[in-house]
Design a protein around this ligand. Structure first.
Ligand code: ATP
Ligand code: MG
Length: 353
C-alpha cells in the first residue's frame, strides 16, 4: 500500500498544500515551525483518523477556520487506487473512502496503513499503558480484521457495566458473561500477536540497542483466573470505585531490562531505540503475515541518536523497503539515500524542489 498524492487544507499552518508523494523516499525540508510535522500529521490522519501529537483533532484546525480537510489517493500492491479523505470540524469528524463515508476509522486504517516514528516515540516506553495497547491493537487489527468488531462490542459492554456500577447494586453483573466472553477473545488475539512478535522483537532490539530488553504481555487480570472469575472476585472493589478493574482494557506490555522497568533504567535515547525497535519489529511481522507494507513517516529521525545508533536505525528502516516520508532541517539530508522527491516547506507552503 502506498500514498500517491495528498491535498491538505487548513491544517495548522498549512492553508493549502498539494504533494505527489514518491513510492520510495520523499523528503520534506524546512526551518523550525515551517510545517513539516504538520504535513506528516496530515498523512497520518488519512490512515488513522487522529494525530500523533494530540488526542484533540480540533487543535489541528487552522486558527480562524472551522474545518480542515485532507484528501489522498492510495494504491494497493496490485496498483488498484482508492481515494481516501478525512475532514474535521469543531464538532465532528468524517472519514471517506471512494467518496462514501467510512463505517469506522478501522476501515480507513485498512485502506491506508501508516505508522510514524517521531521525536516523542520514547513515550511508548515511558508513559501509561494506553499507548502500548494502541500500538499492539493497530497490529492485531491488521492481522485479524475482526478484532476491531470484538473490541467495539467489548467497550460497549464495559461502558454499560461501569454505568450500572454507578447506580444500582446487582445490575452490573448482568454484563459479566458478555464481557468475559469478548474479553477472553481480545486477550487471546493480543497474546498471539506478542508471541509472534517475539523473534522480530529480539532481532530488532538487539540490532538497534544491543540491550537485553524483554517484553511481557499482561492481559489485564490475574494469571490463574478466567475473566469471569476475575470479574466476580473484584466485584466489591468495582462497586466501591464504580469501575471495572479486571479485563483487557487494563492490559499492558511490561518492558523490562534485567527485571526492572525500562522507563526507570534506560536513558531517553535508549528508550527511543526500544520504542523504534517495537515499531520496526511490528512492521516486519505485518509484512510477513499480511504482505502489506505500511507507509512509514519519520519526523526528524536523527533527534537524540548518536552517529552509530543512527546508522543502525537507518539500516533497520531500509530493510523494510517501505514508502518513507522523512522530514529534515537540511536540504542535503541523505540519511536514507537520495530522495525520489523533495519538497521545501516555507511558512506552511510546500514547493517541489
Ligand atoms: N491550529 C493552528 N493554526 C495555525 N497555526 C498553527 C496551529 N497549530 C500549530 N500552528 C503553527 O504551525 C507551525 C508549524 O509547526 P510544525 O510543527 O509543523 O513545524 P515543523 O516544520 O515541524 O518545525 P520543527 O522543525 O521545529 O519541528 C508552527 O509555527 C505552529 O505554531
Ligand atoms: Mg517538526
Amino acid at each position: 500500500m502506498s500514498l500517491l498524492d495528498i491535498t491538505v487544507t487548513d491544517l495548522r499552518c498549512i492553508e493549502h498544500a498539494q504533494l505527489n508523494v514518491a513510492p520510495g523516499l520523499t523528503l520534506l525540508w524546512g526551518d523550525n515551525g515551517s510545517g513539516k510535522t504538520s504535513l506528516l500529521e496530515a498523512i497520518f490522519l488519512l490512515g488513522r483518523g487522529r494525530s500523533f501529537r494530540t488526542r484533540n483533532t480540533e487543535r489541528l484546525i487552522q486558527r480562524g477556520k472551522n474545518h480542515l480537510q485532507v484528501i489522498g489517493r492510495v494504491a494497493d500492491p496490485g496498483g488498484r487506487e482508492s481515494a481516501v479523505g478525512f475532514e474535521a470540524s469543531r464538532t465532528a469528524t468524517i472519514a471517506r473512502i471512494a467518496g462514501r463515508s467510512a463505517q469506522s476509522l478501522a476501515e480507513l486504517s485498512q485502506v491506508f496503513p501508516v505508522q510514524v516514528i517521531e521525536p516523542g516515540v520514547h513515550r511508548l516506553v515511558e508513559e501509561a499503558g494506553y499507548r502500548r495497547r494502541r500500538w499492539m491493537d493497530w497490529a492485531v487489527f491488521h492481522v485479524e480484521p475482526q478484532f476491531i468488531d470484538t473490541w467495539v462490542r467489548y467497550t460497549r459492554a464495559l461502558k454499560q457495566r461501569n454505568a450500572a456500577l454507578k447506580i444500582e447494586e446487582g445490575e452490573a453483573s448482568a454484563w459479566d458473561p458478555e464481557l468475559a466472553r469478548l474479553g477472553e477473545v481480545i486477550a487471546e488475539s493480543r497474546r498471539l500477536f506478542v508471541s509472534r512478535l517475539e523473534p522480530y522483537w529480539q532481532e530488532a532490539v538487539t540490532a538497534l540497542s544491543g540491550l537485553a530488553v524483554d517484553l511481557h504481555y499482561l492481559r489485564g487480570w490475574g494469571q490463574d483466573q478466567t475473566l469471569a472469575e476475575a470479574l466476580a472476585s473484584s466485584r466489591s472493589r468495582d462497586d466501591a470505585r464504580h469501575m471495572t478493574h479486571a479485563g483487557p482494557h487494563r492490559a499492558d506490555i511490561a518492558i523490562q531490562l534485567h527485571g526492572r522497568p525500562a522507563r526507570e533504567v534506560l536513558s531517553r535515547g535508549q528508550q527511543k531505540l526500544v520504542a523504534v525497535a517495537m515499531t520496526l519489529a511490528q512492521l516486519r511481522l505485518l509484512q510477513d503475515l499480511t504482505q502489506t507494507t505500511p507507509t512509514l513517516l519519520l519526523d526528524d529521525p536523527a533527534a537524540e541518536l548518536d552517529g552509530e545508533r543512527l546508522q543502525r536505525f537507518i539500516g533497520e528502516v531500509l530493510k523494510l523497503r517501505c514508502q518513507l516520508v522523512v522530514t529534515s532541517l537540511q536540504a542535503e539530508s541523505r540519511l536514507f539515500g537520495t530522495p525520489e522527491r523533495t519538497f521545501r516547506v516555507v511558512q506552511g507552503r510546500v514547493h517541489p524542489v
